[in-house]
Design a protein around this ligand. Structure first.
Ligand code: PMP
Length: 420
């Protein structure tokens, strides 16, 4: 493909820009699971805005609501004032998400990004427990601010802070020492040993499946053990569902049907429905402890986000959407299984759940080569893992079957090129 010129970005944008270095062209149009660049080249999207576009680019159903709202001169910016758009979202979230689960959470709007949701969760946990340490896990990714980065395992990202980060203690995630070792026993032993030097944390923060950390997944059994460990010791359990939530793994929450009910849940990315910046932090009512104004911010209520988010929730009113995700996930899974069978010399392992699936290569560099290679053939996908060892397939959940097959064919052709 002949890609378009990045000169302006090279000249004027900070060196920290990163995705434009993997996807070296200028995009200007998108529809559901496809993007086009200024040269008119078409790309299948297996990246989905890192999980922010679960309902696809320019979703027509959601766009209709946004256009209607804009044409009626709806409020766009309102700090955290009460607006009809926010009211609609609050009601829809109760009705469609919380009520069917029998769950009671207060909804907090922490700011526009996933990092804001994580930061607010860490902060309220400190306030409620009066403790400052947070327990987190190997390979975790929770964000880029000082607090959220302190609970992120990736050394490269941590180096972005320049100097040491504080108030976190890392523990082995499920499977860290192999399938036979239950790391919860190890964690419990350290917490209960007065000689271990491990302080009682305010909270444990985890992802049920590590999106940036190499698609490592926790089992329901492990999550339940962690939840019990927290409950028995007065530690708050925070689940960061920023990337895995909003249906990515097949159900709205990634930990649905896993027998846990966290004290705090962080959502962002696709909660804004249309790729609009929005985040929510769900708090058990008893830890909703801030005084009015004690945690403030200018962009904590994007009304366009509320309109889009309220409409996006209609996907969850029937089981059909979940079924379609699982069906598409099976298509992806069997295509990847076939690829690994065809090219055993690449010795990969399949990881993931629902519509986030990945090939973990044993040799570093192969996943990056695959992503570069498929980009040249018109497919966008990214790597995951501390050594970028996993090629991660994450299409919009609304992807058409034909586009899914088209993208998988490009991946298969890319694998063939890697093998030769
Ligand atoms: N938590 C997780 C699990 C994430 O995957 C991300 C983003 N990749 C974040 C937090 C941070 O979200 P944001 O980039 O919107 O700040």
């Amino acid at each position: 493909l002949e890609t378009s010129n990045l000169e302006v970005f090279d000249q004027f944008e900070s060196e920290v820009r990163s995705y434009c270095r993997s996807f070296t062209t200028v995009f200007n149009k998108a529809k559901n699971a496809k993007l086009w660049d200024t040269q008119g080249n078409e790309y299948v999207d297996f990246f989905a805005g890192a999980g922010a576009l679960n309902y696809g680019h320019n979703n027509e159903q959601i766009r209709a609501k946004l256009v209607e709202y804009l044409m009626k001169d709806g409020i766009t910016h309102s700090l955290d004032m009460a607006t009809s758009a926010k009211e609609a979202f609050l009601l829809r979230f109760q009705e469609v998400i919380l009520k069917p689960r029998g769950w009671h959470y207060k909804i907090m709007f922490p700011g526009p990004t996933g990092t804001n949701a994580v930061e607010s969760a860490l902060k309220i946990a400190r306030k409620v427990t009066g403790r400052s340490t947070v327990m987190c896990f190997t390979n975790a990714f929770h964000g880029m601010t000082i607090g959220s980065l302190a609970v992120t395992g990736n050394t490269f990202k941590r180096n972005g802070a320049g100097v040491e980060l504080h108030n976190s203690v890392f523990m082995p995630y499920d499977g860290y020492f192999g399938a036979e070792v239950n790391t919860v026993d190890y964690i419990a032993a350290l917490l209960d040993d007065p000689g271990s030097g491990v302080p009682l944390p305010a909270a444990v923060i985890l992802e049920s499946l590590q999106g940036e950390g190499g698609l490592k997944a926790a089992s329901a059994d492990w999550l339940q053990h962690i939840a019990r460990l927290c409950k028995d010791r007065g530690i708050l359990l925070i689940v960061d569902d920023v990337q895995m939530g909003c249906g990515r793994t097949g159900s709205f929450f990634s930990f649905d049907h896993m027998g846990i009910e966290p004290d705090i849940i962080c959502l962002s990315k696709s909660i804004g429905g249309y790729g609009l910046p929005m985040a929510i932090t769900l708090l058990k009512p008893e830890i909703d402890a801030w005084m009015p104004g004690e945690h403030n911010g200018t962009f904590r209520g994007n009304n366009l986000g509320f309109i889009a988010a309220a409409e996006a929730l209609s996907y969850w009113e029937t089981p059909d959407f979940e079924k379609s995700i699982i069906r598409k996930a099976q298509i992806v899974r069997s295509a990847l299984e076939q690829m690994l069978k065809t090219y055993p010399e690449l010795s990969g392992e399949l990881r993931g759940r629902g519509l986030i699936q990945g090939i973990a290569f044993k040799e570093d560099g192969l996943a990056e080569r695959l992503c570069k290679n498929v980009f040249e053939q018109g497919l966008i996908m990214e790597t995951s893992g501390p050594c970028s060892e996993v090629a991660k397939l994450m299409p919009p959940l609304t992807i058409e079957d034909t586009t899914l097959e088209q993208g998988l064919k490009i991946v298969a052709a890319g694998m063939a090129r890697l093998a030769n």
